[in-house]
Design a protein around this ligand. Sequence first.
Ligand SMILES: Nc1ncnc2c1ncn2[C@@H]1O[C@H](COP(=O)(O)OP(=O)(O)OP(=O)(O)O)[C@@H](O)[C@H]1O
Length: 227
Amino acid sequence: MVRVEDLRFGYGATGFRLHVPEFTLAARERVAIVGPSGSGKTTLLNLIAGILTPEAGRIDVAGTDVSQLSDAERRKFRASQIGFVFQDFALLDYLPARQNILYPYRITPALTLDQDARDRAEALAVACGIGDKLDRHPNALSQGEQQRVAICRALVTQPNLILSDEATGNLDPDSKARILDLLFEQAAEAGASVLAVTHDHELLPRFERVLDFAQFRVAAVDEGAPL
Ligand SMILES: Nc1ncnc2c1ncn2[C@@H]1O[C@H](COP(=O)(O)OP(=O)(O)OP(=O)(O)O)[C@@H](O)[C@H]1O
C-alpha cells in the first residue's frame, strides 16, 4: 500500500532534515509509529499524504508515486485514497460537525455526496458517541469531541489508507480503546491499511507492527547538517 524509498526532506536549507532509506506498509497492515517529540513522525505522514513534497526519493501509495503528481492531482488523490486524522484536528470553525465530516465531498468533485455518504457520516458519528452533536460547531465541542469529528471525517470516504496523527490523544482510556476499535473495524471493512503515530504505549499491542522512529533508520538531523 505504501512504499517509501530513499526519501529526503528538509524544512528550508537550515531546518530539520529527514532521511528515510526504506519503509513499507502492506495492504491491510496496521502499523504504529512511536518516537520522541520532534523526531519527524508528523512530517513523514505529511509526505506520504502528499501535503509536503520530498526533495528526493519515491513515495508510492496504492501504486502511484505521489511525489510526481501535480498539486491538483495530489489533492484529488489524497481526498479519494487517504483518510488523515490530523494532530490538531484541522476542523473548519464555520461549519457544523456534520458538514466538517462531509467536507471531503465538498472539495472533491470525484467523490459523490449521496445518501450513502450521509448515512455513513451519521453512523460513524453515532459509533463515536457524537451522534447528538452533529449540528454543533467545533467551538461548542470539547477537544475529545472535536477529535471524534476529525476521525469520522477521515473514515467517511472509506479510504484505502488511514493516516492517524495522535488520533486518540485527547480521549479518556475507555474512549481511546473504543475509537481505536472503530478505526480498525472501518479499516478492515474497507480493506484499508493504517499508519498511526501514537504516544499511547498501552495501545501498541493492538497494532501488528510498531516502528520506533528513533531506530527507524531515519537520520533526523537538526540545523541542516548534510546527510
Ligand atoms: N513547517 C515547519 N517549518 C519548519 N520546521 C518545522 C515545521 N514543521 C515541523 N518542523 C520541525 O521539524 C521537526 C519534526 O517535526 P514533526 O512535527 O514532524 O515531529 P513529531 O515527531 O511529529 O513531533 P510530535 O511527537 O511532537 O508531534 C521538529 O523539529 C519541528 O520543529
